[in-house]
Design a protein around this ligand. Structure first.
Ligand SMILES: [Zn+2]
Length: 280
């Protein structure tokens, strides 16, 4: 779920990103970048991908990826990354273990039913892990959202679950007590429903201005191990376990996806230029 003001902004960012991806990909620059990174300076990266919906009848390409595109993206990841569970990557970041192979974590925000219908079969077929962040009050609420049965089935097959609050309110825009209750009650209710510990949290909308220090403190106090944002960047570059960066994936051509997950746009010089133009 996204706000319309954000939608406009990210449309522009993605358009610029797609053009840059076109040139970096088809000029061969991306191959050179990957070769230098992997072979010359032996730097591996860890990336957490943010998906929302996987479906074909999608108008809103900001949050929906078509099924065939999703399958192609997963195949690219399988070939080029170790696809690992979120908890494994968080353990590495927490203990500052070096990332020895390029690693990817697949996450979905909001808990749409199409995650079960369209994404889960692809992940299951390929025996891959993933994590879905649920809005606790919306479970089984309508035909668009995951039901408890679907959640339980996926839970048995490598899909883990985290909290995305009770009602998807933006934590920096509500009063502190309400934010605390969104953070705490969602954890409690998911733990009751799933009969297991909920360790991870994803901020609604998730850019820097959508959460604050009070929310972060409440998340830590509730016993979550980490919190994920939608701030763009490599996960291993996240210095703070409660501000983990991710890379948002849209319904884009495969070459754009390849450039996005390569980390080129988050590499030192490119990041400097993005910062200069406030394109972060
Ligand atoms: Zn969301």
């Amino acid at each position: 779920m996204m706000m319309s003001e954000d939608k406009k902004k990210y449309k522009i960012y993605w358009f610029i990103g797609a053009i840059l991806s076109f040139f970096t990909y088809f000029s061969g620059l991306i191959l050179i970048y990957n070769a230098v990174r992997k072979k010359l300076i032996s730097r591996s990266r860890a990336v957490i991908l943010t998906y929302h919906r996987i479906r074909d009848d999608a108008e809103d390409s900001e949050i929906s990826v078509k099924i065939k595109n999703f399958e192609n993206q997963i195949q690219h990841l399988k070939k080029n990354f170790d696809i690992i569970p979120l908890q494994e990557l968080i353990r590495c970041i927490e203990n500052r273990f070096p990332i020895t192979n390029d690693s990817a974590v697949i996450t979905f925000d909001d808990g749409y039913k199409d995650n079960y219908q369209n994404a889960y079969p692809v992940l299951k077929k390929n025996n891959l892990p993933g994590t879905i962040f649920l809005i606790s009050s919306l479970i089984g609420k309508n035909s668009d959202m995951l039901s408890l049965d679907e959640i339980n089935e996926m839970n048995k097959h490598n899909i883990s679950f985290g909290s995305h609050t009770v009602t998807h309110r933006i934590l920096s825009e509500i009063d502190t007590d309400l934010a605390k209750s969104e953070i705490k009650k969602s954890k409690e209710s998911l733990q009751n429903l799933l009969k297991q510990k909920i360790e991870f949290f994803a901020y609604p909308v998730g850019k820097k201005r959508h959460f604050n220090e009070a929310a972060k403190a409440a998340i830590k106090r509730c016993g979550y191990k980490a919190a994920l944002t939608t701030i763009n960047g490599s996960a291993d570059a996240s210095r703070d376990l409660f501000e983990i960066k991710r890379v948002g994936i849209r319904n884009c051509p495969l070459f754009v996806f390849k450039v996005r997950v390569s980390g080129l746009f988050e590499s030192g010089p490119v990041f400097f230029i993005r910062k200069l133009f406030n394109l972060i």
